[in-house]
Ligand binder design. Structure first.
Ligand code: 13P
Length: 253
């Protein structure tokens, strides 16, 4: 079975003490994950080392960075390199979240560079794609997301593309309380998998976990995750509440 993943994206919320408490509250529930299940906490950079220490060697729990820079090192004040992340034991990094694309003008080409740097440092990119509302209203979302994958991932080898996690996050569903229906999520995930299969073959495409993101909550996670091509979720707001996120972890297939 493909990996089923509940990934929290805390975004720019909370302080150190609150982050430590939230992690403790979640980890102390001792939810035992099966081998094919995983929970990942994408925390702000200043909390990465603390979070890594808190999750320790707990099976199935790990930590992700929310971003990295698209150059290896140098005079880029304020940026964080993949080498820095790797050197503190980070195994995952979100790449191309729609908020980065929108507010920091991250292009598909720039994201291809980030993906390459992550893979070179054995960091698994959690690569985000997804369409804005006007594209959904024009019913051109399939071509829109296919282009995002093509321009950021199609240069990879069959082997490397299987080291990526994809997160489909329709922008109109992020933080709005408006989720895609489970049918809309399934249709898009099946489309993404067919785009990957067209380029890399069906066997490769079947090995890639595709997460859904956009107003996943405790009360809709089971329904969304039960879809055959949905392999878990990337969760914003609801991941800031221990009980909500625990329910979401328990909703994994
Ligand atoms: P919400 O779950 O708050 O809609 O955020 C989704 C998201 O952007 C996760 O990366």
């Amino acid at each position: 079975m493909r990996k089923q993943i509940a990934a929290a994206n805390w975004k720019m919320n909370g302080n150190y003490q609150q982050a430590e408490k939230l992690l403790n509250d979640i980890l102390s529930a001792n939810v035992i994950l099966q081998d094919h299940q995983q929970a990942i906490f994408s925390v702000p950079s200043p909390f990465l080392i603390m979070a890594k220490t808190e999750v320790g060697e707990e099976g199935g729990y790990d930590v992700a960075a929310q971003n990295c820079f698209n150059k290896a090192s140098g005079a880029f004040t304020g940026e964080v390199s993949v080498e820095m992340l790797h050197s503190i034991g980070i195994n995952y990094c979100i790449v191309g979240h729609s908020e980065r694309r929108e507010y920091f003008a991250e292009s598909n080409a720039m994201l291809a560079e980030k993906v390459n740097l992550c893979l070179q440092s054995s960091i698994t990119p959690i690569f985000c794609c997804g369409e804005p509302l006007n594209i959904r209203e024009a019913n051109t979302q399939n071509d829109y997301v296919a282009k995002q994958l093509a321009e950021s991932l199609f240069h990879l080898s069959d082997r490397d593309v299987q080291r990526i996690i994809i997160a489909y996050e329709p922008i109109w569903a992020i933080g709005t309380g408006k989720t895609a229906t489970s049918l809309q999520a399934q249709e898009m995930h099946a489309h993404l998998r067919s785009v990957l299969a067209g380029k890399f073959g069906a066997e490769v495409a079947n090995n890639i976990s595709i997460l859904y993101g956009g107003s996943v909550k405790a009360n809709n996670a089971v329904e969304i995750f039960s879809q055959p091509d949905v392999d878990g979720g990337l969760v914003g707001g609801a991941s800031l509440n221990a009980e909500e996120f625990l329910t979401i972890i328990r909703s994994l297939k």
